[in-house]
Design a protein around this ligand. Structure first.
Ligand code: ZN
Length: 87
């Protein structure tokens, strides 16, 4: 589960908004022992990670969610009423 907390990319330190979450899946399959051909695919099943992996969509850095949360705690965004854009 992703935390409902601000993120700040610890790598480029310019992004607080655009991210993707990287999930892992497990998918069962059967292989032919002689030819190596794949015979059968099962359903994809998500693997529950205790901590999601987050990717910054500005610099493509990926890391544990906690790194993004900690960086945001170290450098919180200051609210400036004169500047309504969210960067
Ligand atoms: Zn970044």
């Amino acid at each position: 589960m992703m935390q409902n907390k601000p993120y700040f990319c610890p790598n480029c330190r310019s992004n607080r908004i655009k991210f993707s979450v990287i999930s892992s899946y497990s998918q069962y399959f059967l292989k032919d022992a002689v030819t190596g051909e794949i015979r059968e695919f099962g359903d994809q099943r998500p693997i529950e990670d205790s901590e999601p992996t987050i990717q910054c969509l500005v610099c493509n850095f990926a890391g544990n969610e906690l790194r993004f949360v900690k960086q945001a705690e170290r450098e919180p965004r200051t609210v400036t009423p004169t500047n309504p854009t969210y960067m």
